[in-house]
Write a protein that binds this ligand. Structure first.
Ligand code: CA
Length: 219
């Protein structure tokens, strides 16, 4: 799952990027409000969630958020800021944030709040993505197939999760790449094919269908 991290403090940004990557998120990071605007305008719907600092150079987090909402962009936004006054929280939520977390925070709480927001998009009441015999737990990152736990890599998990988010729909290779890799990451041209090949070995050849000229879909 691809996340945009808008944070001007390089140390916080690096720590978060690393920790979230271990959790299987692909995290793009920008350090100011204008760059965030550009990233959101160009990346389309690739981002499942934005982690937004408020005190930012060039354009404040609040201004950015108001602009996005005015322009009809409804991407999930979780404000992560040192500003902990009630008035700041109210302003953030009123500007269109989905949730608000103050620094310092525990990583566990951050990831739990992220999962809660991501659940809302697909109206799920728990952390499970289901399709047929397949169940993905986005909190524990455990994949089950017909009661059997399947060992998958972080990328394979991300790819499966992308397909399970919309079980009926096909995703192209480019759409899958943009959901599981962050910017500037070295991506082999056949990376998606390799992941799909490995997943078929683990889940059965029929688990993922290839739609010629379109992409991949769950069986
Ligand atoms: Ca800041």
């Amino acid at each position: 799952m691809r996340i945009l991290l808008v944070e001007d403090d390089p140390m916080i940004a690096r720590t978060l990027q690393r920790a979230l990557a271990e959790d299987g998120y692909a995290v793009d990071r920008v350090g100011d409000g204008e760059a965030a605007r550009l990233a959101l305008d160009t990346a389309g719907d690739a981002y499942a969630l934005v982690l937004l600092d408020l005190g930012l150079p060039r354009k404040s987090g609040l201004d950015l958020l108001r602009e996005l909402r005015r322009g009809g962009n409804r991407v999930r936004v979780l404000i992560v800021t040192a500003r902990d006054a009630v008035a700041d929280r109210v302003a953030g939520l009123d500007a269109g944030a989905d949730d608000y977390l103050t620094k310092p925070f525990s990583l566990d709480e951050l990831t739990a709040r992220m999962r809660a927001l991501l659940r809302r998009d697909v109206a799920r009441e728990d952390n499970l993505l289901r399709h047929g015999e397949l169940t993905l737990d986005t909190a524990t990152r455990i994949v089950m197939q017909g009661g059997r736990a399947i060992d998958v890599s972080a990328r394979e998990f991300a790819l499966l999760a992308a397909l399970l988010e919309r079980p009926g729909a096909a995703l192209s290779k480019a759409q899958l790449e943009e959901r599981i890799y962050r910017w500037g990451e070295e991506v082999e041209s056949n990376a998606i094919e390799v992941h799909v090949h490995n997943l078929r070995k683990k889940l059965g050849v029929d688990a993922i269908r290839t739609l010629r000229g379109v992409g991949y879909a769950l069986a």
